[in-house]
Ligand binder design. Structure first.
Ligand code: T1G
Length: 694
């Protein structure tokens, strides 16, 4: 049983003991009910303490049980809470570290609650696409008031226990030993005659509940565009305000059952576990001893190097920043300072913190100053010859055991490692621009990269708040290799009949932050042009539409040249459809003898998204990525893929690989169909009725 039961001079202590966070799985739930009943039947017991072992009181329902029979097997959490609340002997919840979701709902069923300071108190269910499903929408407003409760339920954000000391949630916030305080409190209330207070019996006082609820609805509308849960949270709270506790509870249950089945909730839970699974590398034991990273060096103070340096100093890790020329170094430092000043202006950073961070940077023009660095990240010009010079020099100056990382986005990490006598210490750390903002970090594993180097970089990534995903060595790693197929389809569709604004609108309606053509105009069309030129030489067999080259030949590189796929006005980043470009596209189709046709939004979305899926499937087949959720994390955190769809691979599972396969075969039989080489794993999984994620 994942619950311990002990007695202490008339007090029964029920301790949740289900590592890592005392998830309220079936055995834990059964253990609590058993403990409550055992205490009822023991005349020596006057009061009960409910507490959690390890790092949490409870992190809530065991999400791994969702959509499995265990989740609804009795005793459900509602039954557990009813047993706690119905106990004739007073139950005192003693909370430390974490009381979240069902964990907080369990505590709300107790008659009394005491907490240690520094505990995270939250109802984060909305972040999983559901809502508190065990009375949280009914008890929390009665415990802390309508406004504070709605804020917590709709945001899902944690509040520290000491901030709730006077909220009505806790009877005490104790500074000393929580266990001792809980026993003392239990003895005190155990000596008092019942009945003991129930949160459900309190009233929800508010001068204008309807008005506030409407205000909450208006506030939520924008952020809940693609997510049904926030609105349902408000509906459930409102039901309790209007119709009383029991009707509110029943309505909450209905909402929970409906939401837990939604694709949005599945996507959010997939992202929750995917984020955590990404840091687990199948053949790298979780107890691998990591290297100590106290000193970091960054080579290159350009846009990427400066952003990369900021990640480390934000985490309090000193950085030696190396450039070849003083003016480049000065420019880099000035850009970092400017970035921080912008954050200070937004009130998100104190001025003194800005200076503390700048003081963590040691600028230098000499490689000798890198000799004490534990990790050196190279962010120089994307050309193999330049990387060779840098890594040969690093091999001479870096101390033994230093990790040598390249920020390369396209070059072969094995070739870079071979420039050194220590390939086992070489790894790719591919940051995404702007490096101090984008969460994604592709960790590129060379064939000789040591396991402890990988484990060290994955742990360091968490420290600098990055979502790190391990990629094998191939052209474009995971993200860029897939986006190349996405862009190929976008260009083919222009040739076949679509226009840039239509393609962008369709995929932005699907949920992408920005369509391929607005994105290309922003990044610079010349970047794609350079990659295609390299591609034509390396893979002459790969059929590309030349339509983008035609655009670049006219110098229309995008926003930076005042025109690209779209027209732009000075000082205005709005993308205006361009007649010049639309005419150029029409002329191009004619030259290519392609009969232009109307292409519908559904085809646009299928061809763009399934191009990602198909390449992702090949990346899995080749072992470049170890799991489908890793690919999804790359797209959710680095490419603006809509979170409510869970990433390209989960979306494909939602559509059904049977349908994905049929669509790909359909497109493969049409104009430009040679670009579609169906991944064998899609056909194999579809034949078995399976998906990428099981
Ligand atoms: N269920 C199952 N596993 C969980 C879990 C949970 N609720 N919470 C964490 N884990 C696992 C996690 O996957 C990881 O596993 C390990 O614990 C450590 O987590 C009825 C229905 C609690 C603040 O949404 O926010 O209650 O990788 O790395 O940084 O209304 O985990 O070690 O194998 O995040 O110290 C609502 C989600 C559930 C809380 C701890 N509860 N968890 O953070 O550790 S729905 C939540 C968190 C619910 C009721 C509804 C955090 C944490 P592994 P970690 P951490």
């Amino acid at each position: 049983m994942a619950v311990d039961y002990t007695t202490h001079d008339g007090v029964a202590v029920i301790t949740l003991n289900n590592p890592p966070v005392n998830g309220l799985g079936l055995s834990t739930r059964a253990g609590i009910v058993e403990g409550i009943e055992r205490a009822q039947n023991d005349p020596a017991i006057k009061a009960i303490v409910l507490t959690g072992a390890g790092k949490a009181f409870s992190g809530g329902a065991d999400i791994t049980e969702f959509n499995t029979p265990k989740a609804t097997q009795e005793p459900t959490l509602a039954t557990v809470i009813k047993a706690v609340e119905g106990s004739a002997k007073p139950v005192v919840a003693a909370i430390h570290s974490v009381a979240m979701g069902g964990g907080l709902e369990l505590a709300l069923g107790a008659h009394y609650r005491i907490a240690a300071p520094g505990a995270q108190i939250a109802l984060p269910e909305v972040k999983l696409g559901i809502l508190p499903g065990a009375g949280g929408t009914q008890r929390l407003p009665r415990a802390i008031g309508l406004e504070a409760a709605l804020n917590m339920i709709v945001s899902g954000a944690p509040v520290m226990s000491e901030k709730l000391a006077d909220s009505g949630l806790f009877d005490e916030v104790v500074q000393g030993d929580l266990a001792e305080a809980a026993l003392a409190f239990a003895r005190k209330v155990g000596a008092q005659a019942g009945p003991h207070p129930k949160v459900r019996d309190r009233k929800i006082e508010h001068p204008n509940a309807a008005g506030f609820i409407q205000f909450a609805r208006n506030t939520v509308a924008a952020m809940a565009k693609n997510f049904p849960a926030p609105g349902k949270c408000i509906d459930a709270v409102e039901a309790g305000v209007q119709n009383g506790f029991d009707k509110g509870l029943a309505f909450e249950r209905e909402c929970f059952i409906a939401l837990v089945q939604t694709p949005e909730s599945r996507a959010l839970r997939h992202a929750f576990f995917g984020e955590r699974a990404a840091s687990k590398i199948p053949d790298v034991p979780s107890d691998t001893v990591v290297r100590d990273i106290r000193q970091v060096a960054v080579i290159g103070a350009g846009t990427m190097g400066g952003g990369i340096a900021m990640n480390f100093i934000n985490a309090g890790i000193p950085v030696t920043l190396l450039e070849t020329k003083q003016e480049a170094l000065d420019r880099g430092l000035a850009t970092i300072r400017k970035n921080y000043e912008a954050t200070v202006k937004k009130g998100k950073l104190k001025p003194e913190a800005l200076e503390q961070r700048m003081a963590l940077i040691t600028p230098t023009l000499s490689y000798d100053d890198l000799k004490n660095a534990d990790l050196i990240v190279e962010a120089v010009f994307e050309e193999l010859g330049v990387k060779e010079q840098v890594f040969k020099r690093l091999d001479e100056v870096a101390k033994a055991g230093a990790i040598l990382a390249s920020n390369t986005s396209t070059l072969d990490v094995d070739k870079i490692a071979a420039f050194t006598k220590r390939p086992q210490d070489v790894v790719g750390m591919h940051f995404f621009s702007p490096a101090n903002v984008m969460k994604l970090l592709e960790v590129v594993r060379g064939k000789e990269t040591a396991k402890d180097v990988l484990a060290t970089v994955m742990q360091l990534a968490k420290k600098i708040k990055k979502t790190a995903v391990v990629s094998g060595v191939c052209d474009g790693f995971i993200g860029n290799r897939m986006i190349e197929q996405y862009i190929r389809q976008a260009l083919f569709m222009l040739e076949e009949g679509a226009l840039p604004a239509q393609v962008d609108r369709a995929i932005e309606k699907f949920g992408f932050a920005m369509g391929p053509f607005r994105m290309s105009d922003l990044a610079g069309n010349d970047i794609g042009w350079a990659i295609r030129k390299r591609r034509y030489l390396e893979h002459p067999d790969m059929h590309y539409s030349k339509i983008a080259d035609r655009l670049c030949e006219t110098g229309r590189f995008g926003q930076k040249t005042g025109g690209g796929w779209y027209d732009y006005k000075a000082g205005d980043r709005t993308a205006y459809p361009s007649k010049v470009v639309d005419d150029m596209i029409g002329a191009f189709s004619k030259e290519a003898n392609v009969e232009r046709r109307k292409i519908g939004d559904e085809e646009i979305v299928e061809r763009l998204v399934f191009a990602l899926v198909n390449e992702g499937a090949k990346i899995l087949e080749e072992g470049i990525a170890s799991k489908a959720s890793d690919i999804d994390m790359v797209y959710l955190t680095g490419y603006g893929f809509p979170l409510h769809r869970g990433g390209p691979m989960l979306y494909a599972d939602t559509v059904g690989l049977y349908n994905v396969e049929r669509a790909i075969r359909r497109y493969a039989a049409r104009t430009n169909g040679d670009a579609w080489q169906l991944a064998t794993s899609i056909a194999e999984l579809a034949a078995k009725g399976q998906g990428f994620n099981g």
